[in-house]
Write a protein that binds this ligand. Structure first.
Ligand SMILES: [Zn+2]
Length: 366
């Protein structure tokens, strides 16, 4: 019998990252995992003023500086107030669909530890036929933590306004171990790729200085990428993200183009960024040379940390490389282990090719 770790050396890391609670602004448990993974690898490990973790890896030259960024935060909620009956009303953190909020398990992250809860709705038995077809609006949704009243929620359970609330969903291997089901692949898949790339580069060496940055608060406006990019002052930016898979019923090839198991994705357009064209071509040519399948995505919406890196200071050549993901921004997403492994290999090699001459070429505009 083969264990998951024998089948896939990345499985254990992906499982830990997916299970960790890290809503936007409350990324501590994820930061602890990244810090632990990179403690013996990085030449320095520090945080910026909002909590992004910056790992520096010295190579054979001080410049160029290559910034690899993946965000630690996941979609969550924030306690707005506790009703006199002891139910929690909340402020969403990030782009939730109202339908994804109902009938789910949650964990309130209090100073006394995690408190389980559920977003209940009125039972179907008492609904009118009209009620049964309607979408429940977020303002009507509440979290039931089993408190008797407000005082019980505050005193016994330790819940306070401003406490973060995370989706409760556990990692599980699917389809004989090829696929991984779990929460927060956006962007723990990217965080895992960043960690593994830095570990590989420590072994392999690189003709530059690499900054592996685990950013905070991406889901509310790329805030940690903005501050950390200013601190790093990069010559090249590589955003590592979860891509939008479109290989299931109800989503079309015109909406998104990635498919699970067909390789990492390269974004050609999203509403926050156009890639540097020369860097884009370097990625495409390298994937072909390494025989790594590469997919493209042209999305009308979406936003990612790369755009904050691209626009830092006087501008930085940047691309967004992705792990295709189904069902983003919900309690349960699905990724393919081969896409993660291939993204690690592609980004490791890409970073090893980015010496002073190569980066000079990227910054030439005719
Ligand atoms: Zn993301």
């Amino acid at each position: 019998m083969t264990t998951e770790a024998e089948r896939d050396p990345n499985a254990g890391l992906l499982e830990r990252l997916s299970n960790a609670y890290g809503p936007t602004g409350f990324e501590g448990p994820v930061r602890a995992i990244v810090r632990e993974e990179l403690a013996t690898v990085a030449d320095s490990l520090e945080t910026d003023g909002v909590g992004s973790l910056i790992a520096r890896l010295d190579g054979s030259a001080e410049r160029p500086r290559i910034m690899l960024a993946a965000h630690m935060d996941e979609l969550g909620l924030l306690v707005r107030r506790i009703t006199s009956e002891g139910y929690l009303k909340f402020q969403p953190l990030g782009g939730w669909l109202d339908q994804s909020l109902i009938n789910q398990r949650w964990v309130v992250l209090t100073r006394n530890g995690p408190v389980p809860g559920v977003t209940g709705i009125k039972t179907v038995h008492v609904m009118t036929p009209e009620d049964r077809g309607k979408v429940f609006k977020r303002d009507d949704i509440f979290i039931d933590v089993g408190a008797r009243d407000r005082e019980d929620a505050e005193q016994r359970l330790g819940i306070r306004p401003g406490d973060a609330i995370a989706p409760d969903s556990r990692f599980e291997a699917m389809a004989g171990g090829d696929l991984y089901l779990g929460k927060a692949w956006d962007d723990r898949a990217g965080v895992a790729v960043m960690v593994r790339v830095l570990q590989a580069l420590r072994e392999a060496g690189h003709p530059n200085t690499v900054y592996g940055v685990a950013t905070v608060q991406e889901e509310v406006g790329l805030r940690g990428a903005q501050t950390s990019a200013w601190e790093v002052d990069p010559d090249v930016g590589i955003s590592l993200e979860s891509g939008v898979a479109a290989d299931y019923p109800g989503i079309t090839e015109d909406e998104a183009q990635e498919r699970l198991g067909e390789g990492p994705g390269l974004f050609l357009h999203d509403s926050s960024m156009l890639p540097n064209n020369r860097l884009r071509d370097v990625v495409v040519d390298l994937a072909r040379e390494l025989d790594i399948p590469l997919q493209f995505n042209v999305l009308a919406g979406y936003g990612q940390d790369g755009s904050a890196i691209q626009r830092t200071r006087a501008g930085t050549p940047t691309v967004n490389i992705t792990v295709p993901t189904r069902y983003l921004h919900s309690h349960n997403g699905v990724i393919h282990r081969d896409d993660v492994a291939r993204a690690i290999r592609l980004v490791t090699e890409l970073t090893r090719r980015l010496d002073a001459a190569a980066v000079q070429g990227l910054r030439r505009f005719d």
